[in-house]
Design a protein around this ligand. Structure first.
Ligand code: 73E
Length: 808
C-alpha cells in the first residue's frame, strides 16, 4: 500500500469509527465510555469480517470440497478482537487511528471478555485447529455448546482458591450471530414402542421432552486471507415461550419449570479437566449438541445434494473430539434410519465412513462410562441403537476374529451395566488417533490394544500443535518483528522457516536484540505481577514458569517441594549466591478437587514464607497468578525462561503449553512425556533439560510394584526436612498439609513425586550454571524458537487433512 493510501485508510477508519460510536452509544466520542469504545471497534471490525464470511460460504457452496465438521464439548477461543484486526492486516491502521483519536488501543482491547468455554488443553487445541484451518483455507466448522457460564473465575483469597461464576455474556458478545431460524428440536426421555406402519415395523417415540436448540455462530477468520469459517455453539431454550395471560396457575408453574429445565442444559461448563463426572445433565449436554449439530448438517447436505445421501461420506467428515461427542455414532444411525428411511447396513456404512475420533487422555478416571440405566431413561432410542451396534459387533467378532468369549467381552461397548464411550467411538469411527507419539503408542499397546489388534489400520498419531498467530505473532510483537527483519516474511506462512534463525547464533546485534526483547517481555509480566499480586520481582532473574490446570499428575507439587528445599538450602547457607529466580505458577483447580486446591494453598504458603524472609535476600521469589486463562497466557509465555513440563511420564497425552513456551524461546525442563519427547527430538539434547522416570519405568512400577516412597524418604535428608515442614507449623500453626504428606508417604506417592525429586533438583541446579553462560543460554533459547515449526497447528491440521480426513 502506498503511504497516501495508508493515510486515506486511517482517515476513513477514523470517520467510520466516530460514526459507529454514535450508533452504539448515542453519544459523541468525547462522552463515550470505554465499553462503548470497545463495542464500536468490535462492531466495525465485525462488519468487515461479516462480508468475507458471506463470501466464504458461497465459495464453499460453489466449489465442492470435502467439509470437516468438528464436534467438541469445549472450545477455548480466547479474545477475538485483536486476532481479527491482525488477520485483516489492519493493525497499523487501527492503532494509528485510535491514537489520533486520543484513545489507547490496548486499553480498549482489554475490555473484551475472554470466553471461558473450555477447561484447558483440549478446548484450546480445538480453537487452534479452527484458526489454522481458516488460515489454510479449509472448510472446517466447529459444533459445540453455548454455555451461559463458562469456567469459573478464580480469585486467590488468603492463599486459597475462591471461585466466582463466570458471566461472559454480561455485556453481550459482539462476535456471535444468533440464528433462530436454524433452530432444531432435540428430544429427551419418553417411551418407545414398535408399530407396523404401512406394513413396516417402525419405532414410535412418545411422551418425550422436546428442547429447542438455537445456534449462535462465531466467525473464525484466517490470517491474511479471505477465509472465514464458523464456530456454531448451540443454546438450549424451552420449546415455546409461554403466553402468560392464558395460563392458569398450575400450567404457569409447569411452564416455568420447563423453561428452567430446558435452559439448565447449556447453563454451565463442567469444570473438570481430565475427569469424568457422570452427571445426567452432562449426558444431556453431550446428546444435545450432537443431535442439533448433526440434524442441521444433514438437512443442509440434502438440500445441496438432491435429497440423496449416497455421497455423504465422500463429502463430509465428522470429527469427534474425545468421547464427549461419541453419541454422534448412534445419533447418525438414528437419523439415517428413523428419519431418512435407510436400512441398518446403509446407515452403518455412511456412519463409519464419515466418522473419525481423537483420544486425548489415558487417565482411567477420565474415560467416560455412562450407566446403562441413565442412557436408557434419557435417550431410549439411542440406547437401543447402541445395544444393536454392540450386538452386531460381537456377532462379527464371533464369526470372523477367532477371539474367545472372554476376549470378545473385553471389547464390548456395554460392560458391567455401563457404556464404555471410547469403545463406542472406536467401533463407530474409521480412524482413531492419539495426540503425540508416545500417547498413540500407549493407546495401541495398552489402552486400546484389543482394538488395535483387530483394526490396526484404524490407528494413527497426530502430534498436537498450537497456532503461532495467537501465541507468537500477535502476543510477542518484539520477537515477531526481529524474526521478520532477520529472515523475511515467509515464516508467517510456514513456521518451519524459523530454522533460518540458526544462522544468527553468532550474530552480536541479533543476540542483543533477542535478549532485550525477552527482558522487555519479562518487565511487562513483572509489572502485571506487581499490579495484581503486589510482589516486586526482578526482571533479570530467571523466570521459571508452570502454568496449566492444577492436577496431581501434572505435579505442581514436585515444583513446590523443590522450591521449599531450595529455600531450606539458602537458609542453611546464608552466604550462598545463586542466580536469582522467580518461580511463577498459575492454573485453576476443579471446584471439587480437594487435593488440587491444597496444592494451590501450599504454593501460596511457600510464596508467603519465601518472599517475606529477609535472609533470602530476594534471591528467590514465588508468585501464584490468579485466574489463568488464554489472555493471561499471552502475557506469560513470551516472558518465560524456563517452561516446567514435569508430569509423571506416560500421563500427559501431549501437552500444548510446552509448545507455546518453546515458540517464545523458553527452555523446557521436562519429563520424557507427551510432546516433550518430540520437543527433545526437535531441539536436541543440548537445548532441553530432561529428568525423571521414563513412562516404561512408571508403568513397570505400577504393574509390578517395587516403589516405596518411604524408603526414599528414609534415605534423603532433604526430603525428610520438607516433609516435616508440611505438618510442623512452618506455614503457621493453622496451615498444615497433612493430606499432601499422607498422599506422599502413607499412600505411596501415586505420581512418583519423591521418586523423581532428586533428578528434578539436580536439573534445577544445573539451570543456574547454564544461565550464567549468556552465550550458551542464548543459543538454547534461539534453538527453541528456530525448531518450533513442527509444533504449529498448521502442520497438525495438514496431517489431519492428509492422513485422517483425506481432504488433501
Ligand atoms: O495432554 C493434554 C492434551 O495436550 C490432555 O490432558 C488434554 O488434551 C490436550 C489436547 O490434546 C485432555 N483434556 C481432557 N482429556 N485430555 C479432558 C477430559 C475430560 C474433560 C475435559 C478435558
Amino acid at each position: 500500500m502506498k503511504p497516501s493510501e495508508h493515510l486515506e485508510e486511517i482517515e476513513n477508519f477514523k470517520s467510520a469509527y466516530i460514526k459507529k460510536i454514535e450508533e452504539v452509544s448515542g453519544e459523541y466520542l468525547s462522552e463515550s465510555s470505554l465499553l462503548n469504545q470497545y463495542e464500536a471497534l468490535a462492531e466495525l471490525v465485525m462488519d468487515k469480517i461479516a462480508s468475507q464470511w458471506a463470501k466464504t460460504r458461497s465459495q464453499y457452496d460453489e466449489i465442492p470440497h470435502k467439509r470437516v465438521y468438528l464436534f467438541s464439548i469445549e472450545f477455548l477461543i480466547g479474545r477475538l478482537l485483536k486476532s481479527y484486526v491482525n488477520s485483516l492486516d489492519m493493525e497499523e491502521t487501527v492503532k494509528t487511528a485510535m491514537a489520533e483519536l486520543g484513545l489507547d488501543y490496548e486499553t480498549i482491547l482489554s475490555q473484551e471478555t475472554d470466553p471461558g468455554l473450555g477447561n484447558g488443553g483440549l478446548g484450546r487445541l480445538m480453537a487452534c485447529f479452527l484458526e489454522s484451518s481458516a488460515t489454510l483455507g479449509l472448510p472446517f466448522h466447529g459444533n459445540g455448546i453455548h454455555y451461559k457460564h463458562g469456567l469459573f473465575e478464580q480469585k486467590i483469597i488468603n492463599g486459597e482458591q475462591v471461585e466466582v461464576a463466570d458471566n461472559w455474556l454480561r455485556h453481550g458478545y459482539p462476535f456471535e450471530i444468533r440464528k433462530p431460524n436454524e433452530a432444531v428440536i432435540v428430544k429427551f426421555y419418553g417411551n418407545l414402542h414398535s408399530e407396523k406402519i404401512n406394513g413396516v415395523l417402525t419405532f414410535v417415540y412418545e411422551d418425550y421432552e422436546p428442547i429447542l436448540a438455537v445456534p449462535y455462530d462465531i466467525p473464525l477468520k484466517g490470517y491474511h486471507n479471505n477465509t472465514v469459517n464458523s464456530l456454531r455453539l448451540w443454546s438450549a431454550e424451552p420449546i415455546e415461550e409461554f403466553d402468560l395471560p392464558s395460563f392458569n396457575e398450575g400450567q404457569f408453574l409447569d411452564a416455568v419449570r420447563h423453561k428452567s429445565e430446558a435452559e439448565a442444559i447449556t447453563q454451565i461448563l463442567y469444570p473438570n479437566d481430565n475427569k469424568f463426572d457422570g452427571k445426567q445433565l452432562r449426558l444431556k449436554q453431550e446428546y444435545f449438541f450432537v443431535c442439533a449439530g448433526l440434524k442441521r448438517m444433514i438437512t443442509r447436505f440434502k438440500r445441496y445434494n438432491n435429497d440423496c445421501l449416497d455421497e455423504f461420506a465422500d463429502k463430509i467428515c465428522i470429527h469427534i473430539n474425545d468421547t464427549h461427542p461419541a453419541l454422534c455414532g448412534p445419533e447418525m444411525m438414528r437419523i439415517f434410519m428413523d428419519e431418512e428411511g435407510l436400512s441398518w447396513d446403509d446407515a452403518w456404512k455412511i456412519t463409519v465412513n464419515s466418522l473419525t475420533f481423537t483420544n486425548h487422555t489415558v487417565l482411567p478416571e477420565a474415560l467416560e462410562k455412562w450407566p446403562v440405566d441413565m442412557m436408557k431413561f434419557l435417550l431410549p432410542r439411542i440406547y437401543m441403537i447402541i445395544e444393536e451396534i454392540n450386538r452386531q459387533f460381537q456377532e462379527e467378532l464371533r464369526s470372523k476374529s477367532g477371539l474367545n468369549e472372554l476376549q470378545i467381552n473385553s471389547l464390548s461397548i456395554i460392560q458391567d451395566g455401563q457404556i464404555n464411550m471410547a469403545n463406542l467411538a472406536i467401533v463407530c469411527c474409521h480412524s482413531v488417533n492419539g495426540v503425540a507419539e508416545l500417547h498413540s503408542k500407549i493407546l495401541k499397546e495398552e489402552t486400546f490394544n484389543g482394538y488395535y489388534k483387530l483394526f490396526p489400520e484404524r490407528f494413527h498419531s497426530v502430534t498436537n500443535g498450537v497456532t503461532p498467530r495467537r501465541f507468537l505473532i500477535n502476543s510477542n510483537t518484539g520477537l515477531r518483528d526481529l524474526i521478520t527483519e532477520s529472515i523475511g516474511t515467509d515464516w508467517l506462512n510456514n513456521l518451519f522457516d524459523l530454522e533460518k534463525l540458526m544462522t544468527f547464533k553468532n550474530d552480536a546485534p541479533f543476540f542483543d536484540r533477542f535478549n532485550r526483547i525477552k527482558l522487555d517481555n519479562k518487565i511487562h509480566l513483572a509489572n502485571y505481577i506487581n499490579a495484581h499480586n503486589h510482589i516486586s520481582v526482578n526482571p533479570e532473574s530467571i523466570f521459571d514458569i508452570q502454568v496449566k490446570r492444577i492436577h496431581e499428575y501434572k505435579r505442581q507439587l514436585l515444583n513446590a517441594l523443590q522450591i521449599l528445599h531450595l529455600y531450606n538450602h539458602l537458609k542453611a547457607n546464608p552466604h550462598i549466591e545463586i542466580v536469582p529466580r522467580t518461580f511463577i505458577f498459575a492454573g485453576k483447580a476443579a471446584q471439587g478437587y480437594y487435593f488440587a486446591k491444597e496444592v494451590i494453598k501450599l504454593i501460596n504458603a511457600i510464596a508467603n514464607l519465601v518472599n517475606n524472609d529477609k535472609d533470602i535476600r530476594d534471591q528467590i521469589k514465588v508468585v501464584f497468578l490468579a485466574n489463568f486463562n488464554v489472555t493471561l497466557g499471552e502475557i506469560i509465555y513470551p516472558a518465560a525462561n524456563i517452561s516446567e513440563q514435569i508430569s509423571t511420564a506416560g500421563k500427559e497425552a501431549s501437552g500444548t503449553g510446552n509448545m507455546k513456551f518453546m515458540m517464545n524461546g523458553a527452555i523446557t525442563l521436562g519429563t520424557m512425556d507427551g510432546a516433550n519427547i518430540e520437543i527433545h527430538e526437535a531441539v536436541g539434547d543440548n537445548n532441553i533439560l530432561t529428568f525423571g522416570l521414563s513412562s516404561d519405568e512408571v508403568s513397570h512400577f505400577e504393574k509390578h510394584g517395587g516403589y516405596s516412597s518411604v524408603q526414599i524418604y528414609e534415605n534423603d535428608h532433604r526430603i525428610q526436612k520438607i516433609m516435616h515442614q508440611l505438618i510442623d507449623g512452618t506455614f503457621g500453626h493453622l496451615a498444615s498439609f497433612q493430606s499432601v504428606y499422607d498422599s506422599l508417604l502413607l499412600y505411596n506417592d501415586t505420581y512418583f513425586v519423591l521418586k523423581d525429586f532428586d533428578s528434578y533438583a539436580t536439573a534445577q541446579h544445573h539451570i543456574n550454571e547454564l544461565f550464567k553462560d549468556k552465550n550458551k543460554w542464548f543459543e538454547m533459547s534461539l534453538s527453541n524458537v528456530a525448531y518450533s515449526g513442527l509444533f504449529s497447528s498448521d502442520r497438525a491440521i495438514l496431517e489431519y487433512q492428509k492422513n485422517i480426513w483425506k481432504t488433501l
